[in-house]
Design a protein around this ligand. Structure first.
Ligand SMILES: Nc1ncnc2c1ncn2[C@@H]1O[C@H](COP(=O)(O)OP(=O)(O)OP(=O)(O)O)[C@@H](O)[C@H]1O
Length: 341
């Protein structure tokens, strides 16, 4: 392999599989992750996101295929020798050590020089706004501060690859936003560090990722930039999974005028008119978010259709409403859930 290629692709998963006994939970995963890339794994509960992350970290044995880091197969390499640092949802801090000692621990174990430890811990603390807390114990910190210590502990090791397993899911809404922004900034400053991030949160996936990898039942369903997945889903599954609120999926007779088995239209790509439209239904609920409202409409399908309207527009439950898709924003799918071009 040429040197340039090695620098470009940082992690290469080839036919990677993972079995627990008879159960195959990861099935022939092929994925290249570039150096410095922020890759987010998403997918329904149980699809294998955490297992894939743990296989990359070396916390789970890979049972088939290969994992390469910078061109070298590392399947049998110990976690500590992979140049990887992992941040968990649960923080996993040492409760009896100060913030400083928690952050310094890995460097001490690696016999780093005292000056180097001090410099690195101070720099990470500064970057994460933890300098005032260095002498506190984890129990004397908020959840957000603890998670920042966990991140700081990983930064000082100067990893090639940073793994995050739902790091924000224990935080309340405001802290989630603040810490998410901090992680995005971290990615901007650590330009050469590859980051792989598992989340259930649509906003985290869309805002943090350079590319999102959608997993389904142990396989990769689609990999692409957030906008590619949002605008060009390659399956009904991805169409229904990416985005909040979910894409409206309209089936049966109501999809026939579009020569499709299923028609997908996002909430923001519907126009409402008072007396006629492609579809109509009954308003069952309206959520007013201030600038916009989401109108939930029953049109005889299992799931209501959600249409975004201006926040000043008023609808009452029981009103009949007519709406149409914006012409060039219609996604058509065949009986196999594949897009019709
Ligand atoms: N040690 C184990 N032994 C057997 N099966 C396991 C083990 N660990 C995980 N699994 C199974 O592997 C599958 C993938 O689990 P994993 O935790 O990777 O999913 P996930 O996508 O991260 O889910 P979630 O979003 O709920 O955290 C699940 O069906 C799970 O039950």
């Amino acid at each position: 392999m040429k040197k340039e290629e090695r620098i470009v692709t940082n992690l290469k998963l080839t036919d990677l599989s993972k079995r627990y006994g008879q159960v195959e939970v990861l099935k022939h995963i092929n994925l290249d992750i570039k150096s410095g890339e922020f890759m987010v794994f998403v997918g329904p509960s149980g699809c294998g996101k955490s297992t894939l992350l743990r296989c990359i970290a070396g916390l789970e044995e890979i049972t088939g295929g290969t994992l390469e880091i910078e061109g070298e197969v590392v399947n049998d390499r110990a976690p500590s020798k992979r140049g990887i640092a992992m941040v968990f949802q649960s923080y996993a801090l040492y409760p009896h050590m100060t913030v400083y000692d928690n952050m310094a621990y890995a460097l001490k174990i690696a016999n780093a020089h005292k000056d180097e430890i001090e410099t690195k811990v101070a720099a990470a603390a500064e970057q994460l706004q933890l300098t005032p807390y260095l002498q506190r114990l984890p129990g004397q910190l908020s959840g957000g501060q603890r998670q920042r210590v966990a991140i700081g502990r990983a930064i000082v090791r100067d990893p090639k690859v940073f793994l995050f397993d739902e790091p924000l899911s224990n935080l309340d809404a405001a802290l989630r936003v603040a810490t998410r922004i901090q992680i995005a900034k971290l990615h901007e400053t650590m330009v050469k560090t590859t980051m792989i991030y598992v989340t259930h949160d649509q906003v985290e996936a869309m805002t943090l990722a350079d590319r999102i990898c959608v997993l389904r039942d142990g396989r990769i369903e689609q990999v692409g930039t957030p906008l590619e997945l949002y605008e060009q889903p390659q399956s009904l599954f991805v169409a229904g999974f990416i985005g909040s609120p979910k894409m409206n999926l309209i089936e049966g007779d109501k999809a026939k005028p579009f020569n499709a088995h299923t028609v997908g239209v996002r909430s923001e790509h519907m126009t409402v008119s008072p007396d006629s439209g492609t579809w109509s239904g009954t308003v069952i609920h309206t959520e007013n978010l201030g600038s916009d409202s989401y109108v939930y409409i029953d049109m005889g399908q299992e799931d209501p259709v959600v249409v975004r309207v201006d926040g000043s527009t008023k609808y009452r439950s029981g009103d009949t409403i007519h709406f149409s898709p914006v012409d060039d924003k219609i996604h058509r799918f065949d009986t196999n859930g594949k897009p019709i071009s």
